[in-house]
Design a protein around this ligand. Sequence first.
Ligand SMILES: Cc1cc2nc3c(=O)[nH]c(=O)nc-3n(C[C@H](O)[C@H](O)[C@H](O)COP(=O)(O)OP(=O)(O)OC[C@H]3O[C@@H](n4cnc5c(N)ncnc54)[C@H](O)[C@@H]3O)c2cc1C
Length: 273
Amino acid sequence: YRKCGMLVLPPFSTAKALTWCDTHATRLEISGARQIIPELAADEDALWLPDVAQARNPRLLKALRRQLELLGVPIHEQTEATGWRCNGTLVTGIHTNHGMLHAGNYIVTSGAWSRQLLGKHALNLDIRPIRGQMLLFKTVPGTLRSIILKEGIYLIPRLDGHILAGSTLEDVGFDKTTTEEARAMLHAQATGILPLLKEAPVVQHWSGLRPGSPDNIPTIGRHPQLENLYINSGHFRYGVTMAPASAEILASLILGRPQALDISPYRWQAGRK
Ligand SMILES: Cc1cc2nc3c(=O)[nH]c(=O)nc-3n(C[C@H](O)[C@H](O)[C@H](O)COP(=O)(O)OP(=O)(O)OC[C@H]3O[C@@H](n4cnc5c(N)ncnc54)[C@H](O)[C@@H]3O)c2cc1C
């Protein structure tokens, strides 16, 4: 990851931000926006978080894959899990389009598709797809150095000059199409914040389906009835950020290790809505 800092533009609650940063031992300064980023459309009081960092998710995934390969973990690509074989309270196998797979423990990590994969075993797990669309601008490297956040719209500068603008929050089911409406909205918001983007070409427009869950709280835990079935899903907007800690929680749960924090909010409760 790369520390680049994040500038939060108004509206915001300074008191809430100060409390949050204090609780989470995060540095925060109140600054004139253009003192940090001179190219901004407006100069106003802003919140500057110098320690915020970014990661390029495709590269993160490549590194994760390499690490798994080095550990000798088998990876079954293009393999769809289609159903469960159970015996009493145990899962004894998982059906896939390439035959049956067996393991001691099973972990559902299928994001927005978790309910589909679980079928009747989903009980009342509440995870559903929330579409997010993004635009990628191409600028000269160094055009923007820090992340900008304004009212849910963010600009993330990559070292090679790409600037990511996102994102929409759309409850449209399993539909990953991109729309002209979202493109226009993201373009208007991004150029409204940073006018120089009007001259920058948009080189990509894509969407993804986030695993949305109530109050943004993921479910990380054991199935209420099947003792060797676990889930790590429902991370909504923060699945990349929360991945290491979530994996740690689940590994500790399966291996019977003590937890570093209270994990009860993440429990898979038969009655959880
Ligand atoms: C526009 C956008 C911006 C985002 N920005 C951020 C951000 O800045 N920071 C952050 O932390 N998070 C961000 N997120 C959220 C993050 O991408 C998700 O929280 C995260 O990807 C969830 O991880 P996951 O592994 O649970 O699910 P996914 O990443 O959705 O992975 C689930 C996988 O399971 C596979 N699958 C589904 N069903 C089956 C099956 N039956 N058999 C086999 N495989 C199956 C799917 O093909 C998929 O590959 C963003 C999301 C979007 C859409």
